[in-house]
Design a protein around this ligand. Structure first.
Ligand SMILES: [Zn+2]
Length: 568
């Protein structure tokens, strides 16, 4: 009887409870919702970080109570928060803390930057930088060997400071003489791992260390102190939020990074939602997560650990991408495999068994084919294949035409970075030649038409985190300087809707999170961005100038452009 009375009372209270009021209502926006049922809206009512109503002004104003704050959007264009589906959060932070060489246009300019840094750095302390790319230089100084600079000029300006400068691709680095001396590397040092120590034709070290040979130098750079890590975390957070990135798929993290993220959740300092992909080369890390299973939605969906990052090959720039046929500009070179296919198979089998997604880096057509083959084998060998595993190929840059339709057929997501096309296409043609470029490089529309899901991103710090530059690359297929006028292989352009989807709703799908974010609709998180112009409508060449005015995560304003005021 008592139980009955209790139930009755509960029902009575629930049924009688007044309509919930919003804590904040955002009004007068030009809102792109990415919700097919209602693609555009004017206002949004938010309670406890989630959208409770969205649509016409009158409809959302019904949720205004005594304590509801009304924020004016001044007709600004709003989209769901951008989700970068493949980038490196701490790498982005450190790129901001260390010497940022992205955008340097000559080796002489880099040498000058090192000379300046030397003047302010105690002798013996390491100088670490990242982001240079010889194909972006407008002039060459000093000797080039195998297409890359040598350390001579660098060593001249920094005789007492060890220097290590990572290439933009992250697949090779340039060390100076002091760094090689500290690492005990001489021209007699051999290397048998998956990488190279570059030498000139008479056997002198050039300072270039390729792929895993980079560790010979990198292992001598003092590990970052906890305080530095926190500074890098803060720098990355700021960089993301000021560019409208509210979620981030972090491609390859270790336990210390996860601990840092958890600490920031506890401190209330986690403002960008992170979908962490575990470093697949760390066996201990994987074993421990295979025991506990995925960690989903920590700190109110600020952190999820549910994916494993593996590597199949290197990058196109350093000719490490693994190709079926040889490089067009180096006829005996095919690139190489990084993780052997059977390791890929073994880790992927464990992953699917313990509830993890796998995302494997594959650039060349051979690498992409191997990854799809291994995934297929994993799927075929499951007694009971989970209905929803969403394995991914990271980059999927260059595909053999026969493999394009396999993505959709196998339910494999293509995690591509449109901005790579814009940066790399001018020289990628030398590596692959016209035919292979047309048949299978950066073939967004072919993949989309086959039914595949593409998720977009920047691979920051390889490219700047700015989603508008990447969005522009997606829809124009031009370089950021607008070349060529009609775009490269224009039939492969994404429409603006497709591009926005790849950066929001589909990107959420790539992390099993499409039910909580990626579009603006009731029940989902109020993660959204205000822009100063309507990038879905304006003249194409004006898209890169689009500026973020305000970023909102969990209904909370986490970034405001200094020139913008939202108070009514
Ligand atoms: Zn990456």
């Amino acid at each position: 009887m008592r139980a009955f009375l209790f139930l009755f009372l509960c029902c009575f209270i629930t049924c009688q409870r007044p309509q919930q009021f919003a804590d904040t209502i955002f009004v007068h926006g030009n809102i792109y919702t990415m919700d097919q049922a209602q693609p555009k809206a004017e206002g949004m009512a938010v309670l406890d970080g989630k959208i409770i109503a969205i649509g016409h002004l009158e409809a959302v104003m019904q949720f205004k109570g005594e304590n509801t704050r009304v924020m004016e959007l001044h007709g600004s264009t709003i989209s769901p928060g951008f989700i970068d589906s493949h980038a490196h959060f701490m790498g982005l932070g450190y790129a901001k803390l260390n010497l940022d060489l992205a955008g340097t246009t000559s080796y002489a300019q880099i040498v000058q930057k090192i000379r300046d840094r030397v003047a302010h750095t105690p002798p013996g302390a390491w100088i670490v930088g990242r982001g240079w790319h010889q194909d972006k230089w407008d002039s060459v100084s000093g000797t080039m060997v195998r297409g890359f600079p040598t350390h001579a000029l660098l060593s001249e300006v920094s005789p007492d400071h060890p220097v290590f400068l990572m290439h933009a691709s992250g697949h090779l680095g340039l060390a100076n003489g002091k760094a090689m001396e500290l690492a005990g590397i001489t021209s007699a040092t051999g290397y048998s791992g998956a990488g190279d120590i570059f030498e000139d034709e008479v056997g002198n070290l050039t300072g270039i260390f390729n792929e895993s040979a980079m560790e010979l130098i990198a292992s001598h750079i003092p590990k970052n102190e906890a305080q530095q890590d926190q500074l890098a975390f803060d720098a990355a957070t700021k960089e993301c939020l000021s560019h409208g990135i509210t979620s981030f798929h972090d491609a390859g993290v270790g336990q210390s990074t996860i601990d840092l993220y958890k600490k920031n959740i506890a401190d209330g300092n986690m403002k960008v939602r992170i979908y962490a992909m575990l470093d697949g080369s760390d066996r201990l890390l994987l074993s421990s997560y295979f025991v506990t299973g995925p960690a989903i939605g920590l700190g109110q969906d600020m952190l999820t650990i549910r994916s494993i990052k593996l590597y199949s090959d290197g990058a196109l720039g350093s000719r490490g991408a693994w190709l079926l046929d040889a490089y067009s500009d180096m006829p005996d070179v095919h690139g190489h495999s990084i993780v052997p296919p059977d390791t890929l198979y073994r880790v992927s089998t464990d992953a699917i068994r313990y509830g993890f997604q796998v995302g494997t880096h594959a650039i060349g057509d051979r690498a992409n084919r191997e990854v799809l083959n291994q995934y297929q084998k994993v799927f075929d060998n499951q007694e009971c294949l989970p209905s929803d595993f969403r394995f991914r190929v990271e980059h999927a840059q260059h595909l053999h035409p026969d493999d394009i339709s396999r993505f959709h057929q196998m339910g494999v997501i293509a995690a591509m970075q449109a901005i790579h096309m814009s940066s790399d296409r001018p020289w990628a043609i030398d590596r692959l030649g016209q035919q292979r470029i047309e048949d299978g490089a950066y073939v967004w529309q072919k993949l989309l038409k086959s039914g595949a899901v593409i998720i977009n991103g920047t691979d920051a710090p390889v490219e700047p985190i700015d989603p508008m530059a990447c969005f522009y690359a997606s829809v124009s297929r031009k370089t950021l300087t607008g070349i060529p006028p009609g775009g490269y292989e224009p039939s492969q352009k994404m429409t603006r809707e497709q591009a926005l989807r790849s950066y929001t709703l589909d990107a959420a799908f790539g992390a099993f999170e499409e039910n909580i974010k990626g579009s603006l609709e009731p029940g989902k998180y109020a993660d959204f961005v205000l822009f100063d112009q309507d990038f879905m409508q304006i003249e194409e060449d004006n898209i890169p100038a689009t500026k973020v005015l305000m970023t909102v995560v969990n209904g909370e304003v986490v970034y405001t452009d200094p020139t913008y005021s939202s108070e009514k």
